[in-house]
Design a protein around this ligand. Structure first.
Ligand code: NAD
Length: 284
């Protein structure tokens, strides 16, 4: 097993730029890839802003901020990833687009390289099976905001070999994260438990159990959760929650994963939560 030195990150959006920053901050050389220069510029600007915040708060020396940025190079060409030992894909959640990228990566990467997806809802084995190295493909599921959130789910498919899982555990630990092992089923560990909880909170609201404010207060003060379910739904995005619930229900056919009517109607109304200015609460 060769050592992971250079990490490729595909996608410089919300998750990709956080992953790139975290890898570079941990001392890895990072190649950040995008479809065009513009999203790369935006991604780098987000990374710079985030690092500057750490410096302002006295959590990061200026020299380390500079060294972290210097470890990140960019490309708009998959061939630019050819020296990577590990590639983490964090592009749009679309199976056709991801499959195409996986095949391109498979063609340019060295045989020892590992390819991971940060997907929240797709079957990892479906992407792996389209490559010539299904045993070296896994899920590496980070949480938003990546530089802050400690957890990484390492997703083992029915084809992933144990040496790859071990390498990913060691890698996540070097990032300062806490890895856990999950099987390749929708929702992995966290969303498998979280989504039914959030959906049930909506059912309770629909049934008139209590106001959303009181349900949130109850779960915060009664369970010590930092956010109540409706605050969390607005934070995660109602559209994202609905999408993941649909995928989980489709796979397991378990009614606890069925989206309640109110959630569907709020999504249809464009009330996605914080990002659209309105969800269960008003942010305008
Ligand atoms: P995003 O829309 O912010 O970013 C996606 C980026 O991918 C865009 O900048 C786009 O230009 C780029 N892209 C598209 N096709 C590409 C290609 N072929 N090559 C390189 N770049 C390409 O999305 P996001 O929220 O960062 O999500 C990315 C992935 O992470 C998804 O699979 C999502 O399910 C997963 N995820 C998201 C979250 C979250 O909280 N948003 C959490 C965990 C996992």
């Amino acid at each position: 097993m060769s050592e992971i030195r250079t990490v490729g990150v595909c996608g410089a959006g919300l998750m990709g730029n956080g992953i790139a920053q975290t890898c570079a901050a941990a001392g890895f050389n990072v190649v950040l890839m995008e479809v065009a220069e513009e999203p790369l510029k935006r991604g780098l600007a987000s990374i710079t802003k985030s690092l500057d915040k750490f410096v302002e708060k006295g959590k990061l020396p200026q020299a380390e901020r500079d060294a972290t940025l210097a470890r990140i190079t960019t490309t708009t060409d998959v061939a630019g990833m050819k020296h990577c030992d590990l590639v983490i894909e964090a592009i749009v959640e679309n199976v056709e687009i991801k499959t195409k990228l996986f095949q391109q990566l498979d063609d340019v990467l060295a045989p020892h390289a590992i390819i991971c997806t940060n997907t929240s809802s797709l079957c990892v084995i479906e992407l792996a099976a389209k490559t010539k190295r299904p045993n070296r493909v896994a899920g590496l599921h980070f949480f938003n905001p990546v530089p802050i959130m400690k957890l990484v789910e390492v997703v083992k498919t029915i084809a992933t070999t144990q040496d790859v899982v071990d390498a990913l555990f060691a890698f996540a630990t070097k990032l300062g994260k806490e890895p856990i092992l999950a099987q390749d089923t929708p929702g992995f560990v966290v969303n498998r438990l979280l989504i039914p909880y959030l959906l049930y909170a909506i059912r309770c609201l629909e049934g008139g159990l209590a106001s959303k404010e009181d349900i949130d207060k109850g779960m915060k003060l009664g369970c010590g959760y930092p956010m109540g379910p409706f605050e969390l739904l607005d934070f995660v995005g109602l559209d994202t929650t609905y999408y993941i619930a649909e995928i989980m229900f489709d796979e397991f056919k378990d009614p606890i994963m069925a989206a309640p009517p109110l959630l569907k109607r709020m999504v249809l109304a464009g009330r996605f939560g914080r990002k659209s200015g309105r969800g269960f609460y008003d942010y305008e």
